[in-house]
Write a protein that binds this ligand. Structure first.
Ligand code: GLS
Length: 832
């Protein structure tokens, strides 16, 4: 090789401070095209990201090559959401070159924080489900598992939330506006995806009846690849996101006729497919767009998976031994019909063989029991958009029901519940049932949720296939959620127990004995205080509000939803405010209530709750009679980056959903790992968190899922009685309903008060209020004893080892995917 290229090649990969510095400058000048004197923070971010990416590429190719050479079984994680957030610190930290990068920037007179802050947050998801997918990517790569993420490269991420006069207003999140240095566009990796048209029947070469899908519209799916850096930099996996491209960008004829809009119409319509995450599906066209998005990325992914498989194999019987496809919720469930179509129509397999292969390849994770989130597409819509898939779904259904009928003893109600088609009202395809039937394993995401799945949504299927449902309790990656987000605490931990916890979080149990060590407690508190100062500064920047660093940081950060019961927290806030005003001479433990979360744009009640929090904040924060003992802040635009600042600073973690409604929660895990004490119901993974951290180190309150169920079934719950018997609740509600927080519009909160009273209080806010206040009181009393509080906080951190997503992903790998780690062979210099 030409010596100049060789030295440049080594330079590009050098990991020392000088090499990094030279690389940053080289990228700045020759690719970003800026002089160091004129470069903005964003220019530097791009240069640094590109230089870091250079250091990943060889290892990425090694990894891919190793998978290929070993013909390893791969797992494909199909998800409509990947909430990956920023990647710079993640990559540096997993490569082990964070300090080197900081020093290199320092030598250039730049601050690492400034450069890091110039990166937009990749918000390609809503909440827990999307962030789980991102944690799984990190864990798969960190453990050397051949895992690929497949999703959509949305041009706009989840909307940017701003508050205008206290109301949520949505703005487009233009995360790609200045380009994305992490991704590699693959204009040559292009698959056609069809919509509409009709199905034609014909006789195949051996005279069998066969079908083809004709006269369809076509869109192209183009790949963008982002390397996923595993901890230690050994394995670099791939996140492949699809972007929609028109088959024809520009109609010259229309343009020449002066029909300029028409000339680009097809391009715009086609490319709408990858425009936004969750188009508003309140309209018919919105619904159809969403269905098309789901099919678009699923079909492209399956075509890609089959192409990769066929590089090594000439028949399909081995597909389940080489590919495991995980359906992250029902969004990609149409993939079951699509794989059948590809195998039967395009590759001429017999139906039964294709069905066996399909079932053995797919597995499905259910993430919610909420009826409104269980997808059911109108039959007429699928018939129009995906006519061949509708036929295939009918066929799967007919074969299944015929087999089941024999055993069903004429129990038609049961058969109609098992059917893939919901015949009540407008006929719909039940995507959950399709996903269940087409998968060999179906899992829930916490022990309680899995149990409830067996008893409720999938009770009939569970009877039919008793071995299919299994539990995989969620987890979080300790790299992002402790090491990167909380340097103060993670450095402290490492000085005491070494750095093994980064790749094996169970080792963090070694901290248990430190809970009784006064010096360690002091240092633990110091780390928390540092994080609280950082959050206080962030709050001041975002809201203008000054908060006391030594107050309890009582944190509820998650999507705004009635079942998550931000309202319960608000009612407690008002009750506490009243108590403080009534008893000004008492020495109160100061409390800062921190809220953050987005509401779905068409979810009016959730948006009204946002306005209420902001209105309550306005009154409370400006009332001198509470002497700064109580502050309420609602931080705008909650996303991964904000979470990384808020979570390490929390003292109290609010996990207060109506029992039985939160499938798992993962914020609960992040907060406990960072030493927050949970105040929560026995819901989702809170149940398991209690088992691990110990009942003494968590504040549990409220009704259990069984009690909720019984109370609802009895029909005897009367919120008005509960309210009448609890003066502090009554007073809080009266204040809301008489306009104490909305003097400009006294009726503003009528819908909220109505829902909690005559509306029947479906989420049982009033029912749990008294016990919640008791638990809050216990937390405040404990906080006065800072040694005891810290001891419990340390025990939370020390006992959360099991909640690593490494553990979760290993369970999937062993019990669902049968996928094993592959050690890539690298010939170059190794990372740590
Ligand atoms: C969710 C659940 O609501 C969360 O409880 C769960 O932690 C998450 C990941 O399993 O999935 N389901 C959903 O539709 N969105 C979620 O965040």
């Amino acid at each position: 090789m030409d010596a100049r290229f060789k030295s440049r090649d080594i330079e590009r990969r050098s990991l020392d401070v000088d090499g990094l510095k030279r690389s940053f400058l080289e990228w700045l000048v020759y690719s970003v095209g800026k002089d160091a004197r004129a470069a903005t923070r964003r220019d530097w971010f791009h240069s640094v990201a590109l230089a870091v990416r250079d250091r990943v590429v060889d290892r990425w190719m090694d990894t891919t090559r190793s998978y290929y050479q070993e013909d390893a079984k791969r797992v494909y994680y199909l998800s409509l959401e990947f909430l990956i957030g920023r990647l710079l610190t993640n990559s540096l930290s997993n490569l082990g070159i964070m300090d080197e990068c900081r020093q290199a920037l320092d030598r250039l007179g730049l601050s690492m924080d400034d450069v890091v802050d110039a990166e937009p947050d990749a918000a390609l998801g809503n909440g827990g489900l999307g962030r789980l997918a991102a944690c799984f990517l990190d864990s798969m790569a960190s453990q050397g598992l051949p895992g690929y993420g497949y999703g959509i490269r949305y041009e706009f991420g989840l909307f940017e939330q701003r508050f205008e006069n206290g109301w949520q207003v949505e703005y487009p999140e233009q995360w790609l506006q200045f380009g994305n240095p992490w991704e590699f566009a693959r204009p040559e990796v292009l698959y056609p995806v069809q919509f509409y048209g009709r199905v034609e029947e014909f006789r195949d070469s051996v005279g069998e009846r066969a079908y083809r899908w004709v006269d369809a519209d076509r869109v192209l799916a183009m790949a963008y690849d982002t390397p996923v850096v595993g901890y230690g930099g050994e394995t670099i996996n791939t996140l492949r996101l699809w972007s929609a491209r028109a088959t024809r960008d520009f109609n010259f004829g229309h343009f020449n006729d002066g029909a300029y809009m028409k000339a680009v119409e097809q391009k715009i319509l086609s490319e709408n497919l990858s425009r936004v995450l969750y188009p508003n599906d309140a309209t018919e066209t919105g619904k159809e767009l969403r269905l098309k998005q789901e099919y678009f990325f699923t079909s492209a992914s399956l075509q890609d998976i089959l192409r990769r498989y066929l590089q090594h194999h000439s028949s399909f019987e081995n597909l389940p031994n080489k590919a495991a496809i995980q359906l992250n919720d029902t969004h990609p469930a149409i993939g079951i019909a699509e794989l059948m179509r590809l195998l039967v129509d395009q590759h001429a397999l017999r139906w039964d063989d294709a069905w066996d292969i399909t079932r053995a390849t797919f597995a499905y994770t259910n993430h919610t029991l909420l009826p409104e989130a269980l997808e059911a597409w109108p039959v007429r819509m699928i018939e129009r958009v995906l006519p061949r898939h509708m036929q295939i779904i009918y066929e799967i259904n007919a074969k299944f029901l015929n087999r089941t009928k024999a055993r069903a003893d004429g129990d038609n109600a049961r058969l109609s519940r098992l059917s893939l088609i919901d015949e009540r009202g407008e006929r719909r395809v039940r995507m959950g049932n399709l996903a269940f039937l087409g998968s060999h394993k179906v899992n829930g995401v916490s022990a309680l949720h899995t149990e409830l799945m067996k008893q409720t949504v999938f009770a009939d299927f569970h009877q039919e296939f008793p071995d299919r449902i299994n539990n995989k309790t969620n987890g979080i990656t300790p790299r992002r959620w402790l090491k990167q987000a909380n340097p103060a605490l993670s450095e402290l931990i490492t000085t005491r127990i070494g750095e093994g916890w980064n790749s094996d979080l169970s080792q963090i149990a070694a901290l248990r004995e430190k809970a009784d060590d006064v010096v360690f407690r002091e240092e633990f508190r110091r780390a928390k205080r540092k994080n609280k100062k950082r959050l206080a500064a962030y709050i001041a920047r975002q809201t203008g509000e000054e908060v006391l660093v030594d107050s309890i940081f009582d944190v509820q950060v998650k999507r705004m939803h009635e079942y998550k019961r931000q309202l319960l927290n608000v009612l407690h806030t008002i009750a506490l405010y009243n108590e403080m005003r009534d008893n000004p001479t008492v020495s109160w433990v100061p409390v800062t209530k921190v809220f953050a979360g987005k509401a779905a744009p068409s979810y009016h009640m959730a948006k009204l709750i946002i306005k209420l929090i902001n209105d309550v904040a306005k009154v409370v924060n400006h009332d001198p009679s509470v002497h700064d003992n109580l502050k309420v802040v609602l931080l705008p635009n909650y996303n991964v980056t904000a979470a990384e600042i808020i979570i390490p600073a929390a003292d109290l973690s609010e996990q207060i959903s109506t029992a039985g409604m939160e499938a798992s929660g993962t914020g609960n895990m992040k907060l406990a790992l960072n030493g927050a004490l949970t105040i929560g119901t026995l819901d989702g993974a809170n149940v398991e968190i209690r088992e691990h951290v110990g009942a003494d180190n968590i504040f549990i309150f409220g009704m259990t899922a069984d009690e909720v169920n019984d109370l609802r079934a009895s029909g005897g719950f009367n919120p008005r009685e509960v309210i009448a018997s609890n003066p502090s609740l009554k007073r809080a509600l009266d204040m809301i309903s008489t306009g104490a927080f909305s003097p400009d519009d006294r009726n503003r909160y009528h819908p909220i008060v109505q829902a909690l009273t005559d509306g029947g209080d479906h989420f049982l806010v009033t029912a749990d209020f008294a016990d919640y206040c008791r638990a809050q009181d216990a937390a405040m009393q404990l906080y006065r004893d800072s040694e005891e509080w810290t001891r419990k906080a340390i025990l939370n951190t020390a006992n959360m080892g099991w909640f690593s997503s490494d553990r979760t992903v290993n369970e999937y790998a062993q019990e669902i995917w049968d996928v094993h780690p592959v050690k890539p062979s690298h010939d170059g210099e190794g990372f740590r």
